[in-house]
Design a protein around this ligand. Structure first.
Ligand SMILES: C[S@@+](CC[C@H](N)C(=O)[O-])C[C@H]1O[C@@H](n2cnc3c(N)ncnc32)[C@H](O)[C@@H]1O
Length: 304
């Protein structure tokens, strides 16, 4: 960023913003302008709209220093969510640390399909038993607890550090009493008799050989959250079988999948005995979610 000369008037927020966006673009950051805005909003203690309203305002010395430090770290590959310590998901703010996957917009499709399944099967007010497999930040578990006011949610993860973050988010969003975090290798630590009306999951699905080729900022996220084994499908092989076992009659499994994995995951769901298997696309037309219903399903299928 240009240093202001002794006599020069301080540069405006807009000037610093544009410099940062250009710097990010030069570093190959896909969302260069957005990231520059989010970091400036943080420094100014406002949101993105607030940044627009302050375009002409000169930045003070401490603001310039703070912005420079954030811009430098972002340029070195740190995700914006790690720099800010939070990320929006389903219009709510979630605490994010390097111990968890940064919640992604495409994962909101899991929430959409899960709620559609609940609506089709009898409504949101019921006392549903929900299981979130690989909860990470708790994005899915906590969002569903908020959206389903009588639901009791079990959020499992194999990472105790991730569970601590999920617990913080459950407390911050007022649902700690209905979200139980459990350290478990998928369903292994759950009681044999535990049954769920809704099972959701966004398991690690990046094929191991692809991990070194991920963008630098994604590689900073926990390997446990990304590594899907040799073909990316290792977690689904277990989840299909284990979910089929723990789903209550009429229950639904809703899983996010990686691009190009939907057909293979749908086949795994069917092979595990799940019925009414459906595949759903995101706004970009990519199949992102696979849904399956337990035997005895009534209207659980979330037809689009
Ligand atoms: C892709 S992240 C998803 C996090 C969060 N649900 C979301 O959508 O943002 C996958 C999560 O699965 C967890 N995980 C990986 N292997 C697991 C296993 N064997 N049992 C339970 N959780 C596991 C990881 O620790 C990570 O938090």
């Amino acid at each position: 960023m240009a240093a202001a000369g002794r006599q020069a008037a301080p540069e405006t927020a807009l000037a610093y913003l544009e410099l940062a966006a250009k710097f990010f673009a030069g570093r190959g950051v896909a969302s260069a302008r957005l990231d520059a805005e989010l970091l400036l909003a943080e420094v100014l203690g406002t949101d993105r709209v607030g940044v627009y309203l302050r375009f002409d305002r000169p930045l003070g010395r401490s603001e310039v220093d703070a912005y420079r430090a954030l811009v430098k770290r972002r340029g070195e590959g740190e995700p914006v969510a790690h720099l800010l310590g939070r990320r929006e998901f389903w219009s709510r703010s979630f605490v994010v640390t390097p111990d968890v996957l940064v919640p992604r917009p495409e994962t909101e499709l899991v929430v959409e399909r899960a709620l559609a399944a609940v609506d089709a099967a009898g409504g949101r007010a019921r006392r549903l038993r929900v299981l979130d497999l690989g909860t990470g930040s708790g994005a899915l578990a906590v969002t569903l607890a908020v959206e389903l006011p009588s639901a009791v949610v079990t959020a499992v993860d194999v990472s105790p550090a991730a569970l601590a973050v999920a617990g913080r988010n459950a407390a911050a969003l007022g649902v700690a009493a209905r979200v139980r975090v459990v350290a478990s290798d998928w369903t292994a630590a759950l009681a044999a008799a535990a049954r769920f009306d809704l099972v959701v999951g966004n398991p690690p699905y990046v094929p191991s050989p692809d991990l070194p080729h991920l963008p630098a900022e994604v590689r900073r996220e926990p390997a446990l959250a990304l590594d899907g084994g040799a073909d990316g499908l290792a977690a689904y092989r277990r989840i299909a079988v284990e979910a089929a076992r723990v789903l209550a009659p009429g229950g639904t499994l809703v899983c996010e999948v990686g691009a190009g994995q939907a057909a293979a995951v749908a086949a795994l769901f069917a092979a595990a005995g799940l019925g009414a298997v459906g595949r759903f696309t995101d706004l970009a037309g990519i199949e992102r979610v696979v849904v399956g219903a337990a035997a005895g399903a009534t209207a659980a299928r979330a037809a689009s």
